[in-house]
Design a protein. Structure first.
Length: 508
């Protein structure tokens, strides 16, 4: 029973017609683009801007965002080809199953569980913080015992929003998409206000020097666990700012781009996935990159990076308050509160679809893949996901797990990029509605950039990631390997060869 058996593309697509596990095709290119923009614009633009400007990049925060965007763009091109070729729920998990084998597919599926579940819980907790800030504006205070997991007993607002989001997802992705459309419009309006009003308050002197001179890091005595892995491996003297600080900042703000890959998880629910999914992925990335660069220039122009508190949960609001524009501070707080609801929702959507695909393949209990007879959504796995996210958000302080989400996502991007090259060689005959331009170069650069960003995460992050993956291997060998549909049905561990006289290997 080989752990490297692969599931054919044809079988993956055929599984989407199973009446018991069939998803409704409700989403168009606009829906997918809005999903992408909705999930990407979240904690990154509202929280990480201040932290990275103060601790890593200074005014060059815009460059950190640009570097992270390039890495995501390269991976996004690979995702677009895969999703248009294999329009099946599961994203990187499904793609890896078709190219790199079952064990690798399980690994990436388990990795995505980490990304989406922890990310959704963290954003539910982030919503709670902004929600309480908004309540403060109106003179309402939430009792400490139910306002925070760290200072009280439970973070009740986080629990409530996670369960409400779960309910929306069970009712249907089209309803979720309509709700998302309204909220994304609000978020984009808030970001536009930040940029337009912020430009009138910018002090260009705050951008000088644009890349601050490198300085010793305050954590230089923290040892392996608190330093970027590359620093420990190469024996580099720990430092902040400078070019190294800009790159380290890119590894942190990478969290701000997490979510575009969720578009790929909804490929099976797209009306025309071959056209709509690539549009959704690439257009959402392009839109948010421009917005991130503009907002990062505003926040470091309105307030000097030296005066930004890296632990401030609302740096945009604080910057405008410091500039005396208090009404923008309030607008940002309200916009962030509303916006984080959608980010939480779409990450939860991604988690439910990945787990749905794994259950349909037997690697998780197959009963979890049943869809609701009326709503056409995987209600069982969505219910479980919602309860887990609510519990995590309600009882745990998740700030330290942000980097763990980053490393998991970067790892997924690496496997998808490799998978595109593998599938080009093993299945050159497959119809590809979207083709990654200069695929060998793009995929290789994607792997190298993502791995380099992974090396810029701390040793502690690597430890936690490896522990999580080790737990996943135990689960696979105790359950998944023996219950795999592919193994039970005796599928040959092989890739189909192109028919004689078929098209030659694509060189693009």
């Amino acid at each position: 029973m080989s752990v490297f058996r692969t599931k054919s593309i044809e079988q993956s697509i055929a599984d989407t017609d199973d009446p018991e596990t069939k998803l409704r095709k409700d989403l168009g290119a606009l829906d997918l683009t809005i999903f992408g923009v909705g999930v990407i614009i979240g904690a990154g633009i509202f929280v990480l801007t201040g932290k990275v400007a103060a601790s890593n990049s200074g005014p060059a925060l815009a460059l950190s965002f640009l570097i992270a965007a390039i890495a995501c763009g390269l991976a996004g091109l690979c995702y677009a080809e895969f999703a248009s070729t294999v329009p099946v729920a599961g994203s990187a998990y499904t793609f890896s199953y078709a190219t790199l084998g079952e064990l690798v597919a399980w690994t990436i599926g388990w990795d995505l569980v980490l990304e989406f579940t922890i990310g959704s819980a963290a954003l539910a907790a982030g919503f709670s913080g902004y929600f309480q800030t908004v309540l403060d504006i109106f003179g309402v205070e939430v009792p400490t015992q139910v306002a925070s997991a760290s200072e009280g007993f439970i973070d009740l607002p986080a629990v409530i929003i996670a369960l409400l989001v779960m309910g929306l997802l069970i009712l249907g992705t089209k309803l979720s998409s309509a709700f998302n459309l309204v909220v994304v419009a609000i978020k984009l309006l808030v970001v536009a206000i930040v940029i337009v009003v912020g430009l009138t308050a910018v002090n260009a002197d705050n951008w000088v020097p644009f890349i601050p001179e490198s300085a010793p890091t305050p954590d230089s005595d923290g040892g392996f666990r608190s330093l970027p892995l590359i620093t420990s491996l190469l024996g580099i003297e720990p430092a902040i700012f400078g070019v190294a600080g800009v790159i380290s900042g890119a590894a942190v703000v990478f969290f701000a781009f997490i979510g575009f890959d969720v578009v790929a998880t909804t490929a099976e629910e797209a009306k025309n996935p071959q056209r709509d999914v690539p549009i959704g992925i690439l257009s959402s990335l392009a839109i948010v990159t421009v917005l991130y660069a503009a907002v990062s220039l505003v926040v470091t122009g309105v307030q000097s990076y030296k005066d930004i508190d890296p632990n401030d949960p609302a740096p945009l609001s604080t910057a405008f308050e410091a500039a005396g524009i208090t009404w923008v501070r309030d607008v940002v707080a309200i916009g962030a509160c509303i916006g984080l609801i959608v980010v939480c929702m779409i990450l939860m959507l991604g988690q439910s679809r990945v787990a749905f695909a794994m259950a349909r393949d037997g690697l998780l209990p197959r009963g979890l893949a049943r869809t609701h007879p009326k709503f056409g959504t995987p209600h069982r796995i969505t219910l479980i996901t919602g309860v887990v996210v609510a519990a995590l958000a309600g009882f745990l302080d998740l700030e330290t797990l942000a980097n763990l989400v980053n490393i998991g996502t970067l790892f997924a991007f690496i496997l998808v990029s490799i998978g595109v090259l593998v599938l080009r060689r093993t299945r050159p005959d497959l119809p590809r509605a979207f083709r990654t331009p200069f695929a060998p170069v793009v995929a290789t650069l994607s792997v190298l950039m993502c791995f380099y960003l992974m090396l810029n995460l701390t040793g502690e992050t690597w430890e936690r990631f490896l522990i999580w993956m080790a737990i996943g291997f135990v689960v696979y060998f105790l359950y998944g390997r023996g219950h795999s549909r592919l193994g039970l049905e005796g599928e040959p561990a092989r890739q189909e060869k192109p028919a004689a006289g078929g098209p030659s290997l694509d060189k693009s």
